[in-house]
Design a protein around this ligand. Structure first.
Ligand SMILES: [Zn+2]
Length: 370
């Protein structure tokens, strides 16, 4: 049964070369780019409730000899409800990598598939819909064909639901762990972390938050080395990993990204996760702030840090006051622009010297205010 097998096989391939990832051998991403997309666009917190609802429907739809009359009567309607919920997840799944790169067979409706399994679901006379052959299911005589049909339907439903529940659960498990790790370990940094820091924090995290870590795991179908040639014709030796679920990919790619200095960081201003791949470490993303032209989270963050420093550090406070006083002198034409620029360099040098303890604070205070 083709449809049946196809459902259960949602594996995909990813090639890893340093901080580059290729999905299905050709779709190029930065390591942790897909993760950042999932974290920003998917509210996974409601997934457990959705899984519960789907599992309830699944257990109601399992054919048994003691099904309630209500469920027998509503069997096709309940099938539709289950299918609608799963279709929503399916659409969602196919709109994000890696599944947006995979081709799937045409959809066949759940109830039609069940009807094809035979003997139990019957099309009504006007060809308007289906009904459950309650006589056969509930009062079944010992007919081996019907037993076979019931068995097949129950098995099919479990496989069908398993694809979607599996997807939700695997996203939920991976993102729960990864998001808390990003918040507790990476976003609190003021400089790029060393590998040894990440290693130590991973151990601590496993001890402190075992629940958040318990679901995150990596299941690999197969592993190999493979050559991928990029658009410029350069060959790269890649790890080729076949994953059976998205959570395993996200987990694997997360640590691969950290090893190659691709850090997902949660912005201290807007709360979105952004990917930091080099330059200076920052806790602020570069998205524009609505209603404040030209301002980004990063420029706001820099301003905020400067203000905080001036409040808490007398060296910075003195520097800031002297800067403002000299700036005012220039504006009142008591100082030329050139003189102000020269003073600015001199003031920075004085600040460097007092921080390095080459001059005393009193000396610094006296010189910078001149
Ligand atoms: Zn931001």
């Amino acid at each position: 049964m083709k449809n049946f097998l196809n459902l259960a096989m949602r594996t995909f391939n990813a090639n890893f070369s340093q901080s580059t990832v290729f999905i299905e051998g050709k779709n190029k991403f930065e390591s942790n780019e897909i993760l950042v997309d999932y974290l920003n666009k998917i509210d996974y917190h409601g997934f457990l409730e959705e899984i519960r609802k789907i599992n309830t429907l699944l257990s109601q739809l399992q054919l048994t000899t003691d099904m309630s009359y209500d469920i027998v009567k509503n069997y096709p309607a309940l099938c539709n409800e289950l299918e609608n919920r799963c279709n929503k997840i399916d659409g969602f799944m196919r709109s994000y990598p890696p599944y947006n790169f995979k081709e799937y067979d045409e959809d066949i409706s759940l109830i039609e598939t069940l009807h094809k399994i035979d003997c139990v679901l019957i099309r009504d006379g006007d060809d308007q819909g289906y009904y459950l052959d309650e006589y056969n299911v509930i009062n079944r005589d010992y007919d081996p064909d019907i037993h076979e049909g019931i068995f097949e339907i129950n098995k099919y439903l479990k496989t069908y639901v398993g694809v979607y529940v599996g997807f939700l659960q695997s996203v939920y498990d991976a993102l729960t762990f990864i998001e808390s790790f990003i918040e507790d370990v990476i976003s609190v940094r003021t400089s790029f972390p060393e590998d040894s820091y990440i290693a130590k924090k991973l151990d601590e995290h496993r001890k402190d938050k075992p629940l958040k870590h318990s679901g995150a795991n990596c299941h690999i179908e197969s592993f190999n080395y493979e050559t991928v040639t990029d658009d410029a014709g350069v060959s790269m030796l890649c790890e080729n990993v076949e994953f059976s679920d998205i959570g395993s990919f996200l987990y694997y790619d997360f640590f691969n990204g950290l090893k190659h200095k691709n850090y997902p960081v949660k912005c201290n201003n807007c709360g979105r996760v952004f990917l930091l791949t080099g330059g200076k470490f920052t806790q602020y993303c570069d998205s524009r702030i609505k209603g404040k032209s030209g301002q980004t989270c990063r420029s706001l963050g820099a301003r905020q840090r400067y203000d905080d420093k001036c409040k808490s550090d007398p060296i910075w406070n003195t520097y800031n006051k002297a800067y403002k006083a000299h700036y005012a002198r220039m504006m009142k034409k008591k100082m030329t622009k050139q003189e102000f620029m020269e003073w600015g360099e001199y003031a920075l040098e004085l600040k460097r010297q007092v921080i390095a303890e080459e001059i005393s604070y009193d000396e610094y205070y006296m010189l910078i205010r001149k």
